[in-house]
Ligand binder design. Structure first.
Ligand SMILES: [Zn+2]
Ligand SMILES: [Zn+2]
Length: 438
């Protein structure tokens, strides 16, 4: 039985594009031209998923959503809200009313199909096998890990400086580094000490053109580069990307850490082809990946990255001081507050990502002493995650003074804070070697 999807959209061309894409993907689709017809079709057609335009004649989208959620017969209905990006308040309200996802106009058919498929894959009730279909005694059930778009692997999850004592062994002690392996392309984010082991693993095989995206050039994000084995091997090509630094150009910064005063070999000894690029306004496309970026709040020009592969979105933001100087409870704040609204660019950038890798380096007890150091307090980070409505948050850039026991307690507190905020995002702590499927 195909899944039933109702599209509520008054513009005929948009409705045709959307219904065409969904039908092609195997869904049964009906279209309502206004809010009134939408409510009628919800009853008559019984859709499992509604794609709802916010600007519609007769009954506006938000009112339709309120009515559906208030009625126990229809409150379970999955809703993807669709609107131009600047209707921020409406989008926020829709989210609070339980909309499953937001789709920006103009609609990209692939994105819509991706969201619909995600909805059904996460909501589909487990099908208990009926007695007649039970497997025979000889059949072995062998489920496989699903990673169609590749994997992201964290090679370094510590902030500031590496640590190595036994009390840190569970989370690991290497500084920032993440690898995205799509099967054909290899993207690397940051070159903290974790990049040393990554470099050794790359020598086992894989593409020879590596793309290295640097969030910023503080030590903990570049200190592993002199130990990155592929850089010394002819035949490798490494393209480095970083935000513009007003004091020094990117190549000089990397050349500087290979100065004789600091290191026995120099950049001339690196036999790979090295290219240094400043990030431009446009996202970087590498195979099926689209890498975009946004500035974060941190001393020196710093960005967070987002990788999009076939509609799956993963964001990597290891250093960001959200709500700099705010020491109060997170519940009291909303987008209406100036101190929150000033982060609107980053919030919009991160809204709805599937996996957010973001720091929460300081506890609320520690933060008053660390204001302006460029890192977020735990409670403020929880609020950011709530505002961005991400599906999963992986907390990284652990403080070098936080050992495994301390981090265990901190994670429990994080879960309690998210629950207090009414935020359903799953949260986990990053550790060196952690792999996430894309
Ligand atoms: Zn850092
Ligand atoms: Zn930094």
């Amino acid at each position: 039985m195909p899944h039933r999807v109702l599209i509520a959209e008054d513009r005929q061309t948009t409705a045709l594009i959307m219904s065409g894409a969904l039908q092609e993907a195997g869904f049964e689709v009906k279209v309502a031209r206004d809010g009134e017809e939408c409510l009628a079709l919800v009853r008559a057609f019984g859709p499992e998923l509604l794609v709802l335009d916010l600007m519609m004649p007769k009954v506006p989208g938000l009112d339709v959503l309120k009515k559906l959620k208030a009625d126990p017969q229809t409150s379970h209905l999955g809703v993807i809200v669709c609107s131009a990006k600047d209707f921020k308040t409406e989008i926020e309200q829709a989210r609070e009313l339980g909309a499953f996802a937001f789709l920006a106009k103009p609609v990209v058919p692939g994105e819509l199909v991706g969201l619909a498929e995600r909805f059904f894959s996460t909501r589909a009730p487990a099908q208990a096998p009926t007695p007649g279909t039970l497997p025979g005694a000889g059949e072995v059930f062998l489920p496989q890990v699903q990673a169609e778009n590749g994997t992201a692997r964290l090679w370094g999850t510590r902030g500031s400086i590496p640590v190595s004592e036994a009390a840190f062994v569970r989370h690991g002690g290497n500084t920032s580094c993440m690898e995205v392996d799509t099967g054909t392309e290899r993207l690397i984010f940051d070159a903290g000490s974790g990049i040393r082991s990554l470099g050794l693993s790359l020598l086992q095989g894989g593409p020879r053109h590596l793309h290295l995206f640097i969030t910023h050039t503080h030590w903990d994000h570049i200190q592993g580069f002199p130990f990155f084995a592929p850089a010394y091997i002819p035949g490798y090509r490494i393209t480095l990307y970083a935000p513009v630094n007003t004091d020094k150009d990117l190549e000089s910064i990397f050349r500087g850490q290979l100065d004789r005063a600091y290191f026995p070999v120099q950049m001339e000894d690196m036999r790979a082809q090295l290219e240094f690029k400043n990030l431009g306004d446009e996202p970087v496309t590498i195979g099926a990946c689209r890498v975009s970026w946004e500035y974060t709040v941190h001393p020196s020009p710093t960005v967070g990255y987002q990788v999009e592969i076939n509609g799956r979105r993963l964001a990597y933001v290891p250093d960001n001081e959200f709500l700099k100087g705010y020491l109060g409870p997170p519940d009291a704040l909303s987008m209406a507050e100036e101190r929150v609204a000033m982060h609107a660019g980053l919030i919009e950038f991160l809204t709805g990502v599937d996996v957010l890798i973001h720091e929460a380096q300081y506890t609320n007890e520690e933060y008053p002493e660390k204001i302006g150091w460029g890192h977020t307090s735990l409670a403020n980070a929880c609020l950011l995650v709530k505002l961005c409505a991400v599906e999963k948050w992986i907390v990284t850039h652990h403080d070098p003074t936080h050992d495994d026991t301390f981090l265990g307690r901190k994670l429990t507190l994080t879960r309690q804070l998210l629950a207090r905020l009414g935020c359903a995002t799953q949260v986990e702590h990053a550790y060196d070697g952690m792999v996430e499927c894309l």
